[in-house]
Design a protein around this ligand. Structure first.
Ligand code: WQD
Length: 351
């Protein structure tokens, strides 16, 4: 059974990916420093799987700790690297913390990949590398533009570090550019656990609807789009998770090591913020309390994916539609309210 190291495995996308990997025959080792997470989502993944997942509480910025994990698991054949800070606004306030954490952890990990000659590496990247695209849908050949935030720069630099490094390793790599991950596992046992006040649209919607937030703001309805609000490509977290399993499958089957391939992971459907809200209201059966506010600095007007490459080469086919994305997100929020004791309030994660 091939063993995959998943960094950031206690996080939203990491925990869903662990479920998909194990369900598809892989063995998994999880590494997470729990600075922005706790073990609840990993425990939830174990509940879904009906088995324990080997895990280490390790900070990838500590090379010796990272090395020790690889030394103890010499049969690791692939790495999927999720662990990183990802709050756009926070990155603007604390750029050096973002550059240090996101890049030093990546460099330490790659040094271990080289040292232990691990053949396969998957890097969690983001559509944010495209900045404000001139043409949509964006293909993988769309030239990156200056990032809109230090977070975005860490993804652009991270891609360069991976693609340049593996040229001298016997490792093949894949960069996965996520569009907007949303929703929760259909079992309602794992989902998104935003820290503090949610920055992203869908948790802001569900927390407003359930009463955790008094009202949400739509950041601008004067954009040059069909209804004036921004356009995004929402992708269900389970579809995103399965793409990682297919990416590892693809790397394992490839003979040509030292290659680095890029794939967009989006549905290819552009949806406006107001359309997303309307779908939520349909699914929840309740009116959302929101107001129209000023534009948010750094927001991209419109972006959505051309996902032909992932469909063709990875055999990936997103299955969840916008209604199911909103339904699973809402079911998860309802579950959190009911089982507050189980997960505690999102704010409690930090302590
Ligand atoms: C989407 C749209 C907002 C909240 C970022 C990162 C990306 C990835 C996902 C990590 C925008 C609007 C939002 C609210 C709103 N990050 N919005 N009211 O900015 O597209 O992408 O998060 O993996 O890399 O760049 O996502 O959900 O923050 O915003 O109107 O309360 O929703 O203005 O148009 P974004 P988002």
């Amino acid at each position: 059974m091939k063993k995959i190291l998943v960094t950031g495995g206690c996080g939203y996308i990491g925990s869903h990916t662990i479920v998909d990997l194990v369900e598809n025959g892989y063995d998994v080792v999880c590494v997470d420093n729990n600075s922005r997470s706790n073990t609840k989502l990993l425990e939830g993944a174990e509940t879904i799987l009906g088995k324990k997942v080997k895990s280490y509480k390790v900070d990838l910025c500590n090379y010796d700790e990272t090395y020790a994990v690889l030394q103890e698991n010499p049969d690791i054949t692939g790495v999927i690297h999720f662990a990183a800070y990802k709050a756009v606004g926070e990155s603007v306030e604390r750029p050096l913390m973002y550059f240090e954490n996101n890049l030093l952890s990546l460099i330490n990990l790659l040094k271990c990949v080289q040292e232990f000659q691990i053949p396969h590496f998957v890097f969690s990247s983001s559509c944010t590398v495209y900045g404000n695209p001139d043409v949509v849908p964006v293909t993988e050949e769309t030239p990156p533009k200056p990032a809109e935030s230090p977070y975005g720069y860490t993804k652009q630099m991270g891609e360069q570090i991976v693609s340049e490094s593996v040229k001298s390793f016997s490792t093949n790599a894949i960069l996965l550019r996520y569009f907007n991950p949303v929703g929760a596992h259909p079992s309602c046992i794992i989902g998104e656990l935003p820290l503090g006040k949610p920055q992203n649209l869908v948790p802001a919607i569900t927390q407003t609807a359930i009463g955790k937030l008094p009202q949400m703001t739509v950041f601008g309805n004067d954009y040059p789009t069909r209804d004036g609000s921004c356009v995004r490509d929402f992708i269900h977290v389970c579809d995103l998770a399965h793409a990682h399993t297919l990416a590892i499958d693809y790397l394992v089957e490839q003979r040509n090591l030292s290659r680095c391939e890029v794939f967009n992971l989006g549905t290819g459907n552009g949806v406006t913020v107001l359309e997303a809200i309307n779908m939520f209201e349909k699914v929840s059966g309740q009116k959302l309390n929101y107001k129209i506010g000023p534009r948010r600095p750094g927001d991209v007007v419109a972006t959505y994916a051309n996902n032909d490459k992932a469909k063709t080469l990875l055999g990936w086919e997103p299955e969840f539609n916008l209604e199911q994305m909103m339904q699973t997100a809402w079911d998860w929020e309802l579950k959190l309210k009911k089982d507050e004791s189980l997960y505690g309030s999102q704010n409690s994660i930090l302590n």
